[in-house]
Design a protein around this ligand. Sequence first.
Ligand code: AHR
Length: 546
Amino acid sequence: MAPSESRPSAPASATVGPDSAQASATVGPDSAQASAKAGRDSAQASRAATVTANPAFAVGPVRRETFGAFVEHLGRCVYTGIYEPGHPTSDEAGWRGDVLELTRELGVSTVRYPGGNFVSGYRWEDGVGPKAERPVRLDLAWHSTETNQVGLDDFVDWSRKAGVEPMMAVNLGTRGVQEAIDVLEYSNLPGGTALSDLRRKNGAEEPHNITFWCLGNEMDGPWQIGHKTAQEYGRIAAETARAMRMIAGDTLRLVACGSSNGRMPTFGEWERTVLSEAYDDVDYISAHHYFENAGVLEDHLAAGAVMDQFIRDIVAHIDHVKSVRKSSKDVHISFDEWNVWHINSPRTPIPSGTDWPEAPALLEDLYTVADAVVVGDLLITLLRHTDRVHSASLAQLVNVIAPIMTAPGGAAWKQTTFHPFALTSAHARGEVLQLAVESPSFASPLHGEVPALSAVATHDRETGAVTLFAVNRSTTEPLRLDADLSAFAGLRVVEALTFANEDPLWHATEQDSTSVLPSPLEGVAYDGGWLTAELSPVSWTMIRLA
Ligand code: AHR
């Protein structure tokens, strides 16, 4: 059920008496009264969106798994990213301390590994045992040389140090059921079998107890090594899942590959066919989607609306199969690759010919403030679908289309996209509320009329905290936000931060990653249960009330 449709009119017309002035809370130097008045004055000058929240209407819990990321053997994500022996901050295992610290600050929950396209040609055995004896291989996916100096046991060690949960992918491109059950035996059995004893011999006495497993990667994509038809993949995914469950039963959370993006010609039919084969055997179907600024900022800022529709479509395909099978079981979405990716950028091209470099700089996108606003919007969208999206991974974590950048031997720094992710991860708590939103629209040449406001709110029943996350997608117009929070007792604003810049195309560099940061949003007023704020064009905002 949706929150009440009949809302009081926006507070622009309300009179402020001494009582309501007392009840007001403001952020910034202004007094409550002055701030509330400023809000209303500017309100009259700009377009407005109205949001109504009620604690009785929740979509579902805020899931920690929504804040996952991804580490692939790709470019400098692993080598000179998370791993760089000899770096001044590295520990005895070679993990960069500065990157570990930033990973913790980012608030990442699960980290998917080791790919990506890489996994479809990967032999997991190459990455375990004494480092000096590990083979050097060609990585066909990224036309690079893989030294295998980091592998399964190492990544689990890094995950423990980073305080994240590993989410492993098995190779269903060049390999199949046997290798999947082998790597599971190696990882999770306490000992007493050939492969679990090999792990112990390799120094990992305790089992890794990895429960989250992806059954291959993007198997619908012609670029994938071992690309399959939906029928072929659905079959091998089901067989692999059943064999893995023979070892570890329902302790496992298994993800079948969905479509590589919503534009794939097979999208929909792929989900239907794969789930027809594997519905009873898997817990999730994956979704991947990247968004780029192809030159028209309005189109880029509509990314949240595009993701929203993609999720709704996947839900329809899942529910179709569920209905046809007369099943009572639900399959959820693992949105395990999402981000902005300027895929056509010539900055860091993939090597070719006889050039097979080790850890080349690949996909090293520089993210603008507008990209960060899009990332914040995408995270809002994922949260809004918390009833069906049970897991998600920002792709990727370091250097490769990443919120964290490093210089080999040098510094690590935050890209713009770091900020909305870290703040949302830190402050989205409790339940995601179902908001009633009325918003003006803005025109995207590619996507048509799109709501200017994207918003979500979370409510922590234990502490009473309500946090509102909002994006103004308009490139030209400020947007007044009027939020009816009168259903919550005794709230006051404790923090209001916004991320925007006069030049939305500003991006961080190694030399300057701090001159544009989230900053206090002035003029936020809370008055008689109504919150009023002015959102700049191309901005992401978080308002915390307690
Ligand atoms: O994240 C980069 C690549 O994008 C991944 O390897 C692949 O799964 C996707 O196409």
